[in-house]
Design a protein around this ligand. Structure first.
Ligand code: SF4
Length: 451
């Protein structure tokens, strides 16, 4: 309780801060970066480099009320067919602009619901990608699999296409809570999907659940967590539900008066976290857990954990290309986001143009601050000497800022020379501490609760 009072004094329970999957964060992207930069940065990828590719499928059969993803509900396959045709054109134009010998170390299909694609569509999309960007040795190919929108034939097609990691969204196993958030998906269906994927040789399973949903209490989240652990996932993301109805209109269906308050959210997070740790999972960054020996666990132990738009990763590629409506690319030179609206994306690509619409070119101390924030988010610790050694030239000295941050957050931080560490009790404050190193204004967007 003493900790809670101190955390409250620091503003943990009412602060709204970014999740820092990028720095600067997407609300700071501008139209100052568009197609010319995208093309120039694409052509500057080193010949023979290994890169990552994200493909966005912005369609779902049902629109779950809690979900803030950019996606649209579809009843027929026509819009999906039409989108896929354009995506194939986009893959071609991006592939042709890349230099010789580029291979894929990581491929991720996200959405929306990638498993809305029929087996034939899965085969076509995977074939087109491999035609222009073949897999590197040991490549990882992951797909977000919706248990309600996948059948045996689709699973066969995904396995044949080379998928070796599946991601299953769960949120909560309690049927009443599922009704309240507009996403019904029984434990039995999820368990059967996991089993069928494993039977096809897909042994790496990611899952995610949410804390902070309406009517959740300690007993319910413990029940969901135990059920999830019984499925033996390799990785788990335990995200805080972000209630942002001004950005995601569907969330107006969520009864606000039944949402747990911030102190209860911290309690729910703690309850689930303890169960994962007791079950032998290792804690990864602020909200992930991994089995001992999993790639994320190893990367965290070796200090190689990174953070990107999909959360925590052990991906070391410095180029991530995002294809599809609203997808974001990251190059060593900056970020580029595609046109967000599906219709706009289709129009631009059909016109023979790249779909780049906005972005950010790294300048000044962006990359230094990005690394400091990433280190805090990944390791709860930052060593300025070590980070500065990664740069030829250092634009600003962050030591004064580091000392100020320590003064503000002590006793939840410790400082030794140029090293700032967040104590285990202070870890819920991590996003707030990271924000202290963010040089951009916080007013540009409605961020989610710090806890
Ligand atoms: S949770 Fe998945 S299926 Fe539901 S709306 Fe979001 S992306 Fe679509």
């Amino acid at each position: 309780m003493t900790d809670n009072r101190q955390l409250a004094n620091l503003g943990l329970f009412e602060s709204k801060v970014p999740r820092y999957t990028s720095y600067p964060t997407a609300p700071h992207f501008t139209t100052g970066v568009q197609r010319p930069e995208f093309e120039r940065w694409l052509r500057a990828v080193k010949p023979g480099a290994s890169i990552s590719l994200y493909v966005h499928i912005p369609f779902c059969r049902r629109l779950c009320w809690f979900c803030a993803c950019r996606t649209q509900g579809v009843r027929t396959d026509d819009p999906v067919h039409s989108y896929l045709g354009t995506l194939m054109e986009d893959i071609g134009q991006v592939g042709l602009a890349l230099p010789e010998g580029v291979t894929l170390a990581r491929l991720h299909w996200g959405g929306g619901t990638p498993t809305i694609l029929s087996p034939k569509m899965i085969e076509m999309l995977a074939g087109r990608i491999k035609q222009f960007m073949p897999f590197a040795d040991g490549a990882e190919f992951s797909v977000e699999v919706d248990p309600s929108e996948v059948d045996e034939a689709r699973m066969d097609a995904l396995a044949a296409a080379g998928m070796n990691r599946a991601s299953i969204g769960i949120q909560d196993f309690n049927p009443e809570i599922q009704k309240t958030i507009g996403r019904e998906q029984s434990f039995e269906l999820t368990a059967a999907t996991a089993e069928k994927l494993r039977a096809r040789g897909i042994h790496s399973l990611n899952t995610d659940i949410l804390y902070g949903l309406p009517d959740q209490d300690r007993a319910s989240i413990e029940d969901t967590t135990r059920k999830l652990i019984s499925l033996g996932p390799d990785r788990v993301a335990l995200y805080g539900y972000a209630h942002v109805p001004w950005m995601a209109k569907r969330q107006t269906m969520i009864p606000e008066d039944r949402l747990p308050n911030s102190i209860s959210r911290l309690d729910l997070y703690d309850a689930a976290r303890k169960l994962f740790l007791n079950a032998g999972y290792s804690g990864i960054g602020i909200d992930h857990f991994a089995k001992i020996g999993d790639g994320l666990d190893v990367a965290a132990r070796e200090g190689r954990l990174r953070r990107n738009f999909q959360g925590y990763t052990d991906d070391r590629c410095d180029t991530l290309i995002g294809l599809g409506a609203s997808a974001i690319s990251r190059f060593p030179q900056g970020y580029v986001q595609n046109v967000s609206a599906t219709a706009g994306y289709l129009a631009q690509v059909r016109d023979g143009k790249f779909a780049a619409a906005r972005g950010h070119a790294f300048a000044g101390d962006d990359l230094l601050r990005a690394r400091v924030i990433e280190e805090l988010m990944c390791a709860f610790r930052v060593d300025l000497d070590k980070i500065e050694a990664e740069f030829d030239e250092v634009e600003v000295d962050l030591r004064l800022e580091l000392a100020r941050v320590h003064q503000k957050f002590s006793p939840f931080t410790r400082q030794t020379n140029a090293v700032l560490e967040i104590t285990p009790q202070g870890q819920p404050l991590t996003r707030m501490i990271a924000r202290e190193f963010d040089a951009y204004s916080m007013d540009a967007a409605g961020h989610s609760l710090a806890i």
